[in-house]
Structure formats: structure tokens, C-alpha cells
Design a protein around this ligand. Structure first.
Ligand code: C2E
Ligand code: CA
Ligand code: CA
Ligand code: CA
Length: 280
């Protein structure tokens, strides 16, 4: 059963449904089939550099083209994918698809781009996960530093044994690491010192609060100050207005992402956008 939650959003998995074992099993089966039937698609959202005013990267965001319910956002299936363990197969698919797409873009001269892929913290506990990441990147002939893994702060909070070593493994292979939704948990100075990360992504909620006539949150000031102090790359997401763009620019963000520049779009549209933005 699908529960409508408003515009283009369906919840396949709600707490009430958790109790309903059969319902859950059938959804899991649908998700499992989605993998073998190739029902997933990647949309890409550009990351824009503030100083250069150009597209420097793309974030891959998964969509499920459901045979009955149409195009579904990750909010309606990622949790179930994580809880059922199917997320590993999905991430493998996402990585391979994103890397092969990048390789095709590079072939036609659209190089100097970075691709960011979202990874669930739970996947870091799987023993072969890191090898699979590096293997997927090299299989398509990409330089490892063209790929960035976005993980949420949860991973750092758990402080699971070996996490730092695993992050170092990726960094030693050149893969970049970005902390997503930064500032929504108990971000501490300590993380930034302890973990080998390249980038932090300021959570959308801070960006949303930036409006004319209001003062900038001291938390946002603190986050930006910390990031700069540690020499980290700073990305703001959910940028929708010129006011937000200008404020974040003044505050010293390096890159921005948001509807102001572009919504997430299919690969074919990315190609047109990138070709049009080439000089000459
Ligand atoms: P996220 O990684 O924090 O991605 C940002 C979300 O904000 C995306 O939603 C994006 O479409 C949306 N967004 C971008 N710009 C704006 C803006 O200006 N305003 C507003 N209001 N929203 C904006 P989306 O694509 O629905 O993805 C939701 C979440 O699902 C992602 O949050 C990420 O945590 C997860 N996700 C997406 N793709 C994958 C994937 O391949 N694997 C995993 N494990 N998780 C994924
Ligand atoms: Ca992300
Ligand atoms: Ca985010
Ligand atoms: Ca998020």
C-alpha cells in the first residue's frame, strides 16, 4: 500500500506499517525486484563554485521509476533499503552508474568535474565496502579524486571502531569525503580534528533561515569559522534565493547547491547544461 503524503511524495514505510510484517515483506520484495528490473535512475544536481561562477561538480540523487506509482523520491524507500540490507546492492548500482556516466561525460570533454555519491553510514560496517568503492571508480577509468562520498554525521557519532581507519583508507586512495547535513547533530570541534574529511555540507535548515531582515545564526557563524579553521572545503545546500547566495558568499562558502541554480535533473539534461556552459 502506498500512502500519499502530498506532492510527489509517497511513504512506503511508516511506523504503523512496521507492525505489519506482510506489508513490509512485500515492499522489500518490490525493492529487491527494482534492483534486478533496473527501475532506479540517477538525477544530478550541479554544485556551483562561488568565485568561478561555474559548475564544478554534481551530486547523484537516486530515483525509483516504480511501474505503478511513477517516479519516487528517496525519502519513500531509502529507510527500508537500509533496514533490509538492500542498500548495499543499491549503492553498488549508484556508484557504478554515476562513475560510468562521469566517464562518458569526460569522453566528450566535460572533464574537471567531481561526482558526489550518498552513502549510508551503516555500509561502512561491511568488510568489503571500501574495496567496492575504489573498484567501481577505477573500473571506469576515473581518477579517484573525481569522486566524493557524502556521509551524514551519524557515522562519526557512533564512533564505531575502525571508522577512522576506513575513512583513511578511502583518503589514501584519493577518494574525497564530505560530511552531509552538517550542524544538525552534535557537531563538535573534535570530529573535524579527528576525522580525515575534505568537505562539510552545511545543512539546508541553516540556509533556509537566511532571509532579509534577519540576523545570521551564531551556529552558522561557528560552523563556517570551524570549517575554515580546519581548512575544510565548505558547501552550502538548499540555496534558493539571491539573498542566500549573497550572504553565504560573504560568509565565505566555497560552493553552493540548490534550486536557485538547478533542481536535480536527468543525465541528458546535465549534458545540455554543461555543453552550454562551456566557453566558446
Ligand atoms: P541529501 O543528500 O541531503 O540531498 C539533498 C536533498 O535536497 C535532495 O533531495 C535534493 O533534491 C534536495 N534539494 C536540493 N536543492 C534544494 C533546494 O534548493 N531546496 C530544497 N527544498 N531542496 C533541495 P532528494 O533527491 O529527495 O534526496 C533526499 C535524500 O535521500 C538525500 O538527502 C540523501 O540523504 C538520500 N539519498 C538520495 N540519493 C541517495 C543514494 O543514492 N543513496 C543513499 N544512501 N541515499 C540517497
Ligand atoms: Ca547528499
Ligand atoms: Ca544534505
Ligand atoms: Ca539529508
Amino acid at each position: 500500500k502506498v500512502k500519499a503524503t502530498g506532492k510527489n511524495n509517497y511513504l512506503f514505510f511508516t511506523p504503523e506499517m512496521n507492525a505489519c510484517y506482510h506489508e513490509r515483506i512485500s515492499l522489500e520484495n518490490e525493492l529487491r525486484q527494482a534492483i534486478s528490473n533496473s527501475e532506479f535512475e540517477l538525477y544530478y544536481q550541479p554544485k556551483v563554485s562561488i568565485c568561478g561562477d561555474r559548475i564544478v561538480g554534481l551530486e547523484a540523487l537516486i530515483r525509483w521509476r516504480h511501474p505503478v506509482h511513477g517516479l519516487l523520491n528517496p525519502a519513500s524507500f531509502i529507510d527500508l533499503a537500509e533496514e533490509s540490507g538492500l542498500i548495499c546492492d543499491i549503492t553498488d548500482w549508484v556508484l557504478a552508474e554515476a562513475c560510468s556516466q562521469m566517464a562518458r561525460w569526460r569522453e566528450i570533454g566535460l572533464d574537471n568535474l567531481r561526482i558526489s555519491v550518498n552513502v549510508s553510514p551503516s555500509e561502512f560496517t561491511h568488510s568489503d565496502f571500501l574495496e567496492r568503492i575504489v573498484c567501481n571508480i577505477t573500473k571506469f577509468g576515473l581518477p579517484t579524486d573525481a569522486v566524493e562520498i557524502e556521509i551524514t554525521e551519524n557515522l562519526l557519532l557512533h564512533d564505531a571502531p575502525g571508522i577512522i581507519d576506513k575513512m583513511r583508507y578511502l583518503r589514501n586512495h584519493g577518494v574525497r569525503i564530505s560530511i552531509d547535513d552538517f550542524g544538525t547533530r552534535y557537531s563538535s570541534l573534535n570530529y573535524l580534528r579527528k576525522f580525515p574529511i575534505n568537505t562539510i555540507k552545511i545543512d539546508q535548515s541553516f540556509v533556509r533561515d537566511l532571509a532579509a531582515g534577519t540576523t545570521v545564526s551564531p551556529i552558522l557563524h561557528a560552523i563556517i569559522g570551524m570549517a575554515r579553521g580546519f581548512g575544510l572545503h565548505l558547501v552550502a545546500e538548499g540555496v534558493e534565493t539571491m539573498f542566500q547566495l549573497e550572504t553565504l558568499n560573504e560568509l565565505g562558502c566555497d560552493e553552493m547547491q540548490g534550486y536557485l541554480f538547478s533542481k536535480p535533473i536527468p543525465a541528458a539534461e546535465v549534458k545540455l547544461m554543461l555543453m552550454n556552459s562551456l566557453p566558446g
